[in-house]
Design a protein around this ligand. Sequence first.
Ligand code: NAI
Length: 475
Amino acid sequence: MTLTPHSTVAVIGGGTMGAGIAQVAAQAGHPVRLYDIQAGAANRAINGIATALGARVAKGKLSEADKAATVARLTAAGSLADLADADLIVEAAAEQIDVKQAIFRDLAAVCPPEAIFASNTSSISITAIASGVPHPARVVGLHFFNPAPVMKLVEVVSGLETEPAVLDSLTELALRWGKRPVRCQSTPGFIVNRVARPFYAEAWRALEEQVAPAAVIDAALRDCGGFPMGPLALTDLIGQDVNFAVTCSVFNGFWQERRFLPSLIQQELVLGKRLGRKTGQGVYRWPLDEALPFEAGQVSMLSDSVTFSGVELDDVLVQVTQGETATQVSKRLNRPVVLIDLVNDWQHAPLVVLAAAAGNAPEQTAQAIGYFQRQGKRVLQINDYPGMLVWRTVAMLANEALDALQKGVACEQDIDTAMRLGVNYPHGPLAWGAELGWQNVLRLLENLQQHYGEERYRPTSLLRQRALLETQHEH
Ligand code: NAI
């Protein structure tokens, strides 16, 4: 089935995602039918879209005529039978396999076999949905990100039976809708929800091991790591229940793979209904205001140096973490040691995070603190923690991205694009790992694995191969 700009699009479910997807399709010029099982919900969704577009008109970002034309393309459908002439169905109903299969089975009874059945599921196997539906070759995943009209990324997900022509049609369509489609196989979490797991998991672990308060962990990832928001604040925004459910679903999807282990702290928040912004309290109290005392401050003086590769301040050795604790390095070298965390953009980062060896005299650690403060940096000290906060997170993201790549979930470029556009990471994890050096990523993870004795930090096979190739190139 070739989809044209005039193809009729049906959207099932007029909630957060369905309304957003219907808006995107109508803005791209398609006649759109919106169906919701709740009486009146489809019309409410259309009214909501009209209000959202009205706000854009008020800001001068959209003409009144374009708004009127878009709204005129949207109609509420009274039943699934009214969708018989749709060329593409995008299902965004409840996240339950029975619900999704029932919708597609009912539609299969009225729609021709060429009609494409796409599901916006974020966690259910496309193969599983398709297996209960006549003509499963036309069943495909079309995973938008919230808010759908704003977020550019769309994961086009292939199940076992999905016909390549269907994937091509949807990829072209998504491009025409102004989106950036990436292709992936139906595996738990697809690309983004799988590769992003360590971003949250490492922050929960640091909190559990009492390395630093939540606000310091978040400040490190944001102001040193260059992520748009700290992981813990982000879980508050997403909703602790939603983020925990995704983690559990990926954990169980991978047969309880230990590296996806959910956090007990997060489970407590969910059980206590501290769900984040929507309930007024999660990791933080909302609205945030004063809750994050480590908002990036004014940097009084920019550092001249572009990178930091280590310094000796009298007998104190200051270097970037390689996955050992400062105390370990200090014992090995028999001298005072201060380690600092990975900084994404040394020149502009307002913050340096450091950890001191247990045997340092206070004035030795103070020497390192003063050194960075004189470069205009704010300095936060955390407990001595192997791999620290940013480096271990980035190494784990790169390792997970390599694992997905090796297992054919998606191609290298699509994995990086998905992480930049789906969760706004400053770099794709594969490009980031290459820039940091695969040998450095490998050494950090090997040190963590040795420290904990846990499967969680095992370097994936492709990481070892890349690190080896890097060595060969250098010789
Ligand atoms: P929502 O709860 O806001 O909306 C779901 C809508 O579907 C409701 O209006 C409900 O009445 C309707 N519905 C339920 N069963 C139906 C049926 N049998 N037939 C027709 N309509 C039915 O949910 P939301 O957040 O829009 O999620 C929808 C789907 O999108 C889920 O599969 C979810 O996993 C997925 N998704 C959600 C994202 C998010 O951030 N909320 C992001 C990406 C995917």
